[in-house]
Design a protein around this ligand. Structure first.
Ligand code: 4AD
Ligand code: MG
Length: 466
């Protein structure tokens, strides 16, 4: 008899009833009935749901096999797919032969019982993908990453690999991790007692990138529509549920495109990610809707069917002041909006995604296009309920003189940005782009409240385990 290798997801479908199959995976639970059978719940990550394996006492070496098949162990099963009389499952497997591949000591294996807290599971990040929650997050993260490429490829964008190591601080916030090959115990010093970076690997200070934007802009000025999608690093010492020191960012850049066009791309892009996940990750999304937030599916559908609110920063400030709400951080024109303000707008006032634009230039980076008023820049942030800022972007300053004066204002070393300014010297064009944090969109799609639970191995202040 031959047994066809299949996944758990495949054998859960009625279409395969009657087939001889071979399954391999990890045991979630085992239960022994007095009627002469043992029931094993098997999962291989291909779907949220398990497949039930029924092992009869007639199985050769039944006693020895069964005693080793404990939660967490790995097995190979050969059997026949049957229609299941049980509720909540279409099929089950009548085992012909079960083989233990790897044991899991029932005394020390940490995932014995159901229902561990997310905090506890963070302390076993190397094993947590074997739980329903983290298996579902991993599959959705995979689906969204694929959709991101599909969306841009179908719309004529080129995928550009921007460098991870850089000498420039794109966001100008000074939140960068140093990259150095100098010996920290014996740093070379210059005449004034400072570290002599001319002796370092690159001959000058270098860092992990906070954004691929400046580099991707150069490719935009030649390929027209581009995007980068990669790891991004920020040494911001803010221990919040929405910030990670290492996260993934998607940054499209579009030539001959102004801020309005940029907003349209951002909205279309987010909606596409929601559409794909609702269609292709139904079982996982239904799980989050049941376990974490029973308004999740309704919220996602509502976002899909409504137009994002567009509101200038100045209008938002007026709204916040008029709201009469007591915010911890006082509202006045010129402040950088805090999470409490963003959440009021998107969760309470509009109950919808909001695109805020035209921010004060004093709180935004040097590269954003300055408006006629001389006070605001063509920035945009997309805010969504529960998460707050999910996208940050802008139209770029494409006038050389204005860009140079902005660099002076912000005390940037113009010589090291000369290559960036060259784009304004040779064939400059209006262009725009934005950055979407992959983890932020995953929080939105799963209703998981802490960024540490949508990253396989989160890096946050004081935490670099695994
Ligand atoms: O608003 P940000 O800082 O914008 C930029 O980096 C621009 N260069 C993007 C561009 O125009 N090409 O970051 C963009 C997005 C944020 O909206 C947020 O979703 C995410 O990146 N993000 C973070 N996600 C997790 N942890 C952090 N520490 C993050 N910082 C930003
Ligand atoms: Mg931002």
């Amino acid at each position: 008899m031959t047994f066809e290798k299949m996944t758990v997801a495949e054998v859960r479908k009625v279409g395969v009833i009657g087939k001889n199959v071979l399954l391999q995976g990890w045991v979630r639970t085992r239960r022994d009935s007095k009627a002469g059978f043992s029931f094993v719940e098997l999962n291989d990550g291909s779907s949220l749901g398990n497949i039930q394996i029924i092992i009869s006492k007639e199985h050769p070496d039944y006693e020895t096999i069964i005693s080793t098949i404990t939660a967490g162990s790995s097995i190979t099963v050969q059997g026949v797919v049957k229609e299941s009389p049980g509720q909540g499952q279409a099929t089950e497997i009548e085992a012909k032969r079960v083989e233990l591949v790897g044991t899991a000591d029932p005394v020390t294996y940490p995932l014995q019982k159901k229902g561990h807290s997310l905090e506890f599971l963070r302390s076993i990040a190397h094993l947590r993908v074997r739980t329903n929650t983290f298996g579902a997050v991993a599959r959705i993260r995979n689906r969204v990453s694929f959709s991101i490429h599909q969306f841009f490829q179908e719309n004529g964008f080129f995928y550009v690999h921007t460098p991870i190591i850089t000498a420039s601080d794109c966001e100008g916030a000074g939140q960068m991790f140093h990259v150095s090959s100098l010996n920290p115990d014996d740093l070379p010093k210059n005449g004034v007692g400072k570290v002599d970076f001319s002796e370092d690997f690159f001959g000058k200070p270098s860092y992990l990138t906070v954004s691929g934007q400046l580099n991707v802009e150069t490719y935009c000025a030649g390929l027209s529509k581009v995007y980068t999608f990669g790891p991004t690093f920020r040494a911001e010492n803010s221990n919040t549920s929405r910030h990670a020191a290492e996260f993934w960012m998607i940054e499209p850049e579009i030539a001959f495109c102004e801020l309005e066009g940029n907003m349209e791309w951002a909205e279309k892009f987010l909606k596409r990610l929601i559409t794909d996940v609702l269609r292709d990750s139904q079982e996982d999304i239904a799980f989050f809707n049941k376990q974490i937030d029973n308004t999740l599916i309704d919220t996602l559908q509502h976002v899909l069917s409504s137009q994002f609110i567009r509101l200038s920063y100045t209008e938002a400030i007026d709204l916040l002041i008029q709201s009469g709400k007591k915010f911890d951080y006082k509202v006045s024109w010129g402040i950088d909006l805090q999470s409490e303000h963003e959440r009021y707008l998107t969760e309470e006032h509009f109950k919808s995604p909001v695109i805020l634009y035209d921010y004060p230039k004093t709180i935004k980076p040097f590269y954003m296009r300055v408006n006629e008023d001389g006070k605001t820049v063509r920035a945009m942030d997309v805010l969504v309920p529960k998460v707050g800022e999910i996208i940050g972007g802008s139209e770029r300053e494409y006038r050389l003189e204005v860009l140079e004066s902005r660099m002076k204002e912000q005390k940037l070393d113009q010589e090291s940005y000369r290559w960036y300014a060259d784009l304004r010297r040779y064939g400059t064009v209006p262009h725009s782009g934005f950055g979407l944090g992959l983890e932020r969109v995953l929080m939105f799609l799963t209703s998981i409240a802490n960024i540490r639970d949508v990253l396989p191995f989160p890096r946050t202040p004081g935490n670099c385990e695994f």
